[in-house]
Design a protein around this ligand. Structure first.
Ligand code: CA
Length: 225
Protein backbone atom coordinates (compact mmCIF):
# COMPACT_ATOMS: atom_id res chain seq x y z
CA UNK A 1 0.00 0.00 0.00
CA UNK A 2 1.35 3.40 -0.92
CA UNK A 3 2.02 5.46 2.20
CA UNK A 4 1.33 9.17 1.96
CA UNK A 5 2.07 11.84 4.55
CA UNK A 6 -0.04 14.99 4.52
CA UNK A 7 1.28 18.14 6.25
CA UNK A 8 -1.49 20.74 6.35
CA UNK A 9 -2.50 23.00 9.23
CA UNK A 10 -5.98 23.88 8.00
CA UNK A 11 -8.22 21.38 9.83
CA UNK A 12 -10.98 21.12 7.27
CA UNK A 13 -8.65 20.66 4.34
CA UNK A 14 -6.43 18.21 6.23
CA UNK A 15 -9.40 16.04 7.14
CA UNK A 16 -10.74 16.16 3.58
CA UNK A 17 -7.33 15.18 2.19
CA UNK A 18 -6.95 12.41 4.71
CA UNK A 19 -10.37 10.95 3.97
CA UNK A 20 -10.13 11.46 0.22
CA UNK A 21 -6.73 9.85 -0.21
CA UNK A 22 -7.70 6.97 2.07
CA UNK A 23 -10.77 6.40 -0.14
CA UNK A 24 -8.41 6.16 -3.12
CA UNK A 25 -6.57 3.34 -1.40
CA UNK A 26 -3.59 5.21 0.00
CA UNK A 27 -2.32 4.55 3.50
CA UNK A 28 -2.56 8.08 4.88
CA UNK A 29 -1.05 9.86 7.86
CA UNK A 30 -1.90 13.53 8.38
CA UNK A 31 -0.16 16.03 10.65
CA UNK A 32 -0.77 19.71 11.26
CA UNK A 33 2.62 21.36 11.53
CA UNK A 34 6.04 21.37 9.95
CA UNK A 35 7.93 19.96 12.91
CA UNK A 36 5.65 16.93 13.07
CA UNK A 37 5.97 16.58 9.30
CA UNK A 38 9.75 16.31 9.53
CA UNK A 39 9.52 13.94 12.51
CA UNK A 40 7.06 11.55 10.83
CA UNK A 41 8.79 11.62 7.44
CA UNK A 42 12.10 10.83 9.14
CA UNK A 43 10.71 7.94 11.21
CA UNK A 44 8.53 6.10 8.74
CA UNK A 45 9.03 5.05 5.12
CA UNK A 46 6.53 7.25 3.29
CA UNK A 47 6.22 6.93 -0.48
CA UNK A 48 5.16 10.51 -0.96
CA UNK A 49 4.37 13.78 0.77
CA UNK A 50 1.61 16.35 0.28
CA UNK A 51 2.98 19.53 1.85
CA UNK A 52 1.35 22.86 2.58
CA UNK A 53 3.66 25.90 2.51
CA UNK A 54 2.31 28.16 5.26
CA UNK A 55 2.61 26.07 8.39
CA UNK A 56 3.14 26.58 12.09
CA UNK A 57 6.53 25.33 13.30
CA UNK A 58 8.84 24.85 10.36
CA UNK A 59 7.16 26.17 7.21
CA UNK A 60 6.78 24.07 4.08
CA UNK A 61 9.97 25.34 2.47
CA UNK A 62 12.01 24.48 5.56
CA UNK A 63 10.38 21.04 5.77
CA UNK A 64 11.21 20.44 2.13
CA UNK A 65 14.81 21.54 2.50
CA UNK A 66 15.31 19.46 5.60
CA UNK A 67 13.78 16.30 4.15
CA UNK A 68 15.74 16.53 0.91
CA UNK A 69 18.92 17.16 2.90
CA UNK A 70 18.14 13.95 4.83
CA UNK A 71 17.67 12.11 1.56
CA UNK A 72 13.89 11.67 1.64
CA UNK A 73 13.45 9.82 -1.67
CA UNK A 74 9.74 10.11 -2.41
CA UNK A 75 7.91 12.73 -4.41
CA UNK A 76 6.85 15.91 -2.60
CA UNK A 77 3.77 17.71 -3.87
CA UNK A 78 3.35 21.27 -2.61
CA UNK A 79 0.02 22.92 -1.93
CA UNK A 80 0.15 26.68 -1.95
CA UNK A 81 -2.25 29.55 -1.56
CA UNK A 82 -2.49 32.31 -4.12
CA UNK A 83 0.27 34.87 -4.04
CA UNK A 84 2.94 32.42 -3.02
CA UNK A 85 4.33 32.07 -6.52
CA UNK A 86 7.89 32.81 -5.51
CA UNK A 87 7.71 30.22 -2.77
CA UNK A 88 6.38 27.71 -5.26
CA UNK A 89 9.25 28.35 -7.63
CA UNK A 90 11.68 28.16 -4.71
CA UNK A 91 10.04 24.92 -3.65
CA UNK A 92 10.55 23.37 -7.05
CA UNK A 93 14.15 24.50 -7.06
CA UNK A 94 14.60 22.91 -3.63
CA UNK A 95 13.42 19.54 -4.82
CA UNK A 96 9.63 19.52 -4.73
CA UNK A 97 8.19 17.45 -7.56
CA UNK A 98 5.10 19.45 -8.28
CA UNK A 99 2.84 22.10 -6.84
CA UNK A 100 -0.85 22.75 -6.84
CA UNK A 101 -2.28 26.21 -6.18
CA UNK A 102 -5.22 26.39 -3.77
CA UNK A 103 -8.08 26.03 -4.29
CA UNK A 104 -7.60 22.94 -6.39
CA UNK A 105 -9.89 20.36 -7.91
CA UNK A 106 -9.79 17.03 -6.17
CA UNK A 107 -9.32 15.13 -9.45
CA UNK A 108 -6.33 17.30 -10.24
CA UNK A 109 -4.65 16.59 -6.92
CA UNK A 110 -5.11 12.86 -7.48
CA UNK A 111 -3.78 13.05 -11.03
CA UNK A 112 -0.71 15.06 -9.97
CA UNK A 113 0.01 12.76 -7.07
CA UNK A 114 -0.25 9.67 -9.28
CA UNK A 115 2.01 11.30 -11.88
CA UNK A 116 4.60 12.21 -9.21
CA UNK A 117 4.62 8.68 -7.79
CA UNK A 118 4.84 7.16 -11.28
CA UNK A 119 7.73 9.38 -12.32
CA UNK A 120 9.69 8.50 -9.19
CA UNK A 121 8.97 4.80 -9.69
CA UNK A 122 10.03 4.96 -13.37
CA UNK A 123 13.46 6.01 -12.11
CA UNK A 124 16.20 5.85 -14.65
CA UNK A 125 14.00 5.23 -17.68
CA UNK A 126 13.43 8.89 -18.15
CA UNK A 127 15.87 10.07 -20.79
CA UNK A 128 14.30 12.21 -23.49
CA UNK A 129 16.07 13.13 -26.73
CA UNK A 130 15.71 15.91 -29.28
CA UNK A 131 17.96 18.08 -31.37
CA UNK A 132 21.02 15.98 -30.52
CA UNK A 133 20.58 16.63 -26.80
CA UNK A 134 19.48 14.27 -24.04
CA UNK A 135 17.43 15.36 -21.07
CA UNK A 136 17.74 13.25 -17.93
CA UNK A 137 14.60 14.14 -16.00
CA UNK A 138 15.57 12.23 -12.87
CA UNK A 139 19.02 13.75 -12.45
CA UNK A 140 17.85 16.98 -14.12
CA UNK A 141 20.74 17.12 -16.57
CA UNK A 142 21.15 18.25 -20.14
CA UNK A 143 23.61 15.93 -21.82
CA UNK A 144 25.37 16.11 -25.15
CA UNK A 145 28.26 13.74 -25.64
CA UNK A 146 30.54 14.14 -22.66
CA UNK A 147 29.11 17.55 -21.75
CA UNK A 148 26.56 17.80 -18.95
CA UNK A 149 24.85 20.66 -17.23
CA UNK A 150 22.44 20.64 -14.29
CA UNK A 151 18.99 22.17 -14.61
CA UNK A 152 16.62 23.57 -12.02
CA UNK A 153 13.27 21.81 -11.72
CA UNK A 154 11.56 24.53 -13.73
CA UNK A 155 14.16 24.52 -16.48
CA UNK A 156 13.86 20.77 -16.64
CA UNK A 157 10.08 20.91 -16.99
CA UNK A 158 10.36 23.58 -19.65
CA UNK A 159 12.92 21.57 -21.59
CA UNK A 160 10.79 18.45 -21.27
CA UNK A 161 7.78 20.23 -22.70
CA UNK A 162 9.76 21.70 -25.59
CA UNK A 163 11.27 18.30 -26.37
CA UNK A 164 7.88 16.60 -26.36
CA UNK A 165 6.68 19.21 -28.83
CA UNK A 166 9.94 19.37 -30.81
CA UNK A 167 9.54 20.93 -34.25
CA UNK A 168 6.25 22.61 -33.33
CA UNK A 169 5.69 26.20 -32.30
CA UNK A 170 4.88 26.27 -28.60
CA UNK A 171 3.05 29.40 -27.53
CA UNK A 172 3.76 31.29 -24.35
CA UNK A 173 0.14 30.58 -23.34
CA UNK A 174 0.78 26.87 -23.66
CA UNK A 175 3.96 27.11 -21.60
CA UNK A 176 2.13 29.12 -18.95
CA UNK A 177 -0.59 26.50 -18.76
CA UNK A 178 1.45 23.32 -19.07
CA UNK A 179 4.77 24.19 -17.45
CA UNK A 180 3.93 27.00 -15.03
CA UNK A 181 0.38 25.68 -14.49
CA UNK A 182 -0.59 29.29 -14.15
CA UNK A 183 -2.22 31.10 -17.10
CA UNK A 184 -1.16 34.37 -15.46
CA UNK A 185 2.50 33.54 -16.06
CA UNK A 186 2.31 35.32 -19.43
CA UNK A 187 1.68 38.62 -17.66
CA UNK A 188 5.36 38.94 -16.78
CA UNK A 189 8.45 38.00 -18.77
CA UNK A 190 9.17 34.99 -16.55
CA UNK A 191 8.77 32.53 -19.44
CA UNK A 192 11.23 34.41 -21.64
CA UNK A 193 13.66 34.63 -18.74
CA UNK A 194 13.57 30.85 -18.27
CA UNK A 195 13.89 30.19 -21.99
CA UNK A 196 17.03 32.31 -21.90
CA UNK A 197 18.38 30.35 -18.92
CA UNK A 198 17.83 27.18 -20.94
CA UNK A 199 19.50 28.64 -24.01
CA UNK A 200 22.59 29.50 -21.98
CA UNK A 201 22.73 25.96 -20.63
CA UNK A 202 22.23 24.49 -24.10
CA UNK A 203 25.11 26.64 -25.25
CA UNK A 204 27.22 25.19 -22.44
CA UNK A 205 26.71 21.65 -23.75
CA UNK A 206 27.48 22.80 -27.30
CA UNK A 207 23.94 23.08 -28.63
CA UNK A 208 23.42 26.79 -29.22
CA UNK A 209 20.45 27.97 -31.24
CA UNK A 210 18.38 24.89 -30.50
CA UNK A 211 15.45 26.96 -29.23
CA UNK A 212 14.23 29.43 -31.84
CA UNK A 213 11.94 32.37 -31.09
CA UNK A 214 8.84 32.55 -33.24
CA UNK A 215 8.23 36.25 -33.00
CA UNK A 216 4.94 37.18 -31.38
CA UNK A 217 3.95 33.54 -30.92
CA UNK A 218 6.37 31.53 -28.82
CA UNK A 219 9.24 29.11 -29.20
CA UNK A 220 10.29 26.14 -31.30
CA UNK A 221 12.79 23.51 -30.28
CA UNK A 222 14.44 22.50 -33.55
CA UNK A 223 13.92 18.80 -34.20
CA UNK A 224 17.24 18.43 -36.03
CA UNK A 225 19.03 15.12 -35.47
CA1 CA B 1 -1.44 26.61 5.77
Amino acid sequence: MTKILIVEDEDKLRRALERGLADEGYDVTAVEDGDLGVAFASDEPFDGLVLDLMLPGRDGIEVLRELRARGFPGPILILSARGELEDRVRGLDLGADDYLPKPFAWTELLARLRACLRRKAAGEASLLHAGGVDLDRVRRRLIRGAAEVELTVRECELMEHLIRRAGAVVSRDELAREVWRDPEATRTNIIDVFVNYLRKKLEKVGAPGLIRTERGVGYVLEARP
